[in-house]
Structure formats: structure tokens, C-alpha cells
Write a protein that binds this ligand. Structure first.
Ligand SMILES: NC(=O)c1ccc[n+]([C@@H]2O[C@H](COP(=O)([O-])OP(=O)(O)OC[C@H]3O[C@@H](n4cnc5c(N)ncnc54)[C@H](OP(=O)(O)O)[C@@H]3O)[C@@H](O)[C@H]2O)c1
Length: 247
């Protein structure tokens, strides 16, 4: 009876994670949306064991309230603290919006700060507050949704270069992944595995017109990778096909 927590589920990749996981009645799903989100598509795919909570990852207070709700209302049993914990935490919420043509010599600081807030600080605080609330299993699997654009190694050969501030924020998310993988184990989650994942170029609002693959294919690949993770995979960067990516 695994428990999944997926951040950012009203559309895009997060919605498809819920759709595929909700097909099994054994799965408990905690699915988050922003307060302003249209939940219609999520409600269509949710199972009876899907709990929808609000969480705006750009707002630390919102993440704090969300983590308290998870601990008090979902994981706690009627008679007090429960042994139920989150087995899989998938942080899909993210933003891009870098205009074409913007490069390192024309960086927009406002946009970069917004991307850092959602793509880096949000994932850090989600994990921090869920750890504080003892909501994560000692062998939790955490997937930080990254991109091939985050890879320093691959980026040096990329042409044309694109999405400067987005790629910087996702490179920071990759570094966060490395820190989290070690810090969680030091905090007693001794078999925790934290990975960064490149979903491929997927047909969502962010992926846009030219994207190559359907969400269904991307998510089924990522779930296979997630479910096959071993303890020694902690602090790794994977593609949806399970191939390791260079940091
Ligand atoms: N699609 C691709 O080709 C691709 C490639 C590489 C990496 N990725 C990564 O995959 C993840 C999902 O992307 P996607 O394609 O599904 O994008 P998307 O279609 O644009 O959906 C983004 C999701 O993130 C949510 N979100 C944005 N800001 C948020 C915030 N402050 N708090 C909580 N939720 C927030 C959105 O909610 P709202 O509707 O409320 O805005 C939406 O549910 C992102 O991290 C992205 O960087 C995508």
C-alpha cells in the first residue's frame, strides 16, 4: 500500500503521474495544486484514495501549511500518530518562461529569482518541512524534476544555447539533489534515495508545440525508473529511460 506525494498536479506531467498511479486502488496519493488552479482535469483522473491539497511552492508559508496538513490530516491515524509515511515524493511543479534569445549577457534578474523560488527553494522547503513533520519513510524515494538543460557536462556542447535562467535554476536543483541525498541519510532516513530526473521533451504547456513525446510515455518510463531504484542509486541523475545522465 505505497503512499505517493506529487507536487504540481493540475496539468502537465504531474497530472499524468496522478492518472497512472490512480489506476491502482492500492496507491494512496497526495496530489497538490496551487490555490488558484483549475482542478477539473485532476478530479477526472483522481481515485478514491487521492487527497488533493493546496501548495504554492513559491510561497514558503504555503509549503509549511501543506506539510502540517499532510502530517495531521492524511498520515495521522484516528488514534494519533500513524506509521504511514510517504514512500515516493515526486516534485514536478516548475516554471520556465525564459524568452527566446535571452542569454547570459541579457539575464532578467526578476525572472531568474522567480525560477529559483519555484524550481529550487520550493523543492528544498517541501522536503525540509516533510522531514520536520516525520512524514517521509526511512527508505523514501524522492524525484526532483530536472531537465537535460541542467547538465553542466551536456550544456558545454549545446548549440543553439537556450533557456539561460531556467537552465541555471535547474542546475541548482541538481545540486540541491546532491545535498538532499546526503543530508537525509545523516538525519536518520538511512535508505533514502534522492534523484534528479530528465523527463524528455514532453507535450505539455511547458514543452510546447515542438515537443517529441506524449506525457503517457514520459511518465510510464519515469515510474519504471522510480520503482527500480536501489539504495546505491542515491544522488543520481537519470533520463526517463533509466540511463544515467552526467551532472
Ligand atoms: N515538458 C517538458 O518537455 C519538460 C522538459 C524538462 C523538464 N520539465 C520539467 O517537468 C516539470 C513539469 O513540467 P510540465 O511540462 O508538466 O509543465 P507545465 O505543463 O507548465 O505544468 C507545470 C505545473 O507546475 C505547477 N506550478 C507552477 N508554479 C507552481 C508553484 N509556484 N507552486 C505549485 N505548482 C506550480 C503548475 O501549476 P499552475 O497550473 O497553477 O501554474 C503546473 O501544474 C517541471 O519541473 C519542468 O521544468 C518539463
Amino acid at each position: 500500500m505505497p503512499t505517493y506525494c506529487i507536487i504540481g498536479t493540475n496539468r502537465g506531467l504531474g497530472l499524468e503521474f496522478v492518472r497512472q498511479l490512480a489506476a491502482s486502488p492500492d496507491n494512496t496519493i497526495i496530489a497538490t495544486v496551487r490555490p488558484s488552479a483549475d482542478r477539473a482535469d485532476l478530479e477526472k483522473v483522481a481515485s478514491p484514495t487521492t487527497h488533493v491539497l493546496e501548495c504554492d511552492t513559491a510561497n514558503v508559508q504555503s509549503v509549511h501549511i501543506f506539510s502540517n496538513q499532510v502530517a495531521r490530516n492524511i498520515l495521522a491515524g484516528a488514534d494519533g500518530p500513524s506509521t504511514t509515511k510517504i514512500d515516493y515524493l515526486i516534485i514536478s511543479a516548475g516554471i520556465n518562461g525564459t524568452p527566446p534569445g535571452q542569454d547570459s549577457l541579457s539575464l532578467n534578474p526578476v525572472l531568474l529569482n522567480e525560477q529559483i523560488a519555484v524550481n529550487v527553494v520550493g523543492p528544498a522547503k517541501v522536503v525540509e518541512f516533510l522531514v520536520d513533520r516525520k512524514a517521509l519513510s526511512p527508505s523514501v524515494r524522492i524525484l526532483n524534476m530536472s531537465t537535460g538543460l541542467a547538465s553542466l557536462a551536456l550544456s558545454s556542447g549545446m548549440s543553439p544555447r537556450k533557456s539561460i535562467s531556467y537552465s541555471m535554476s535547474k542546475a541548482a536543483l541538481n545540486m540541491l539533489t546532491v545535498h538532499q541525498g546526503y543530508d537525509l541519510r545523516a538525519r536518520g532516513l538511512v535508505q533514502a534515495v534522492v534523484i534528479a530526473m530528465d523527463p524528455g521533451w514532453v507535450k505539455t504547456r511547458m514543452g510546447g508545440e515542438g515537443a517529441q513525446i506524449e506525457p503517457e510515455e514520459s511518465i510510464s518510463g519515469m515510474l519504471k525508473v522510480l520503482h527500480a531504484l536501489k539504495d546505491e542509486d542515491n544522488v543520481s541523475f537519470f533520463g526517463r529511460d533509466g540511463q544515467r545522465k552526467p551532472w
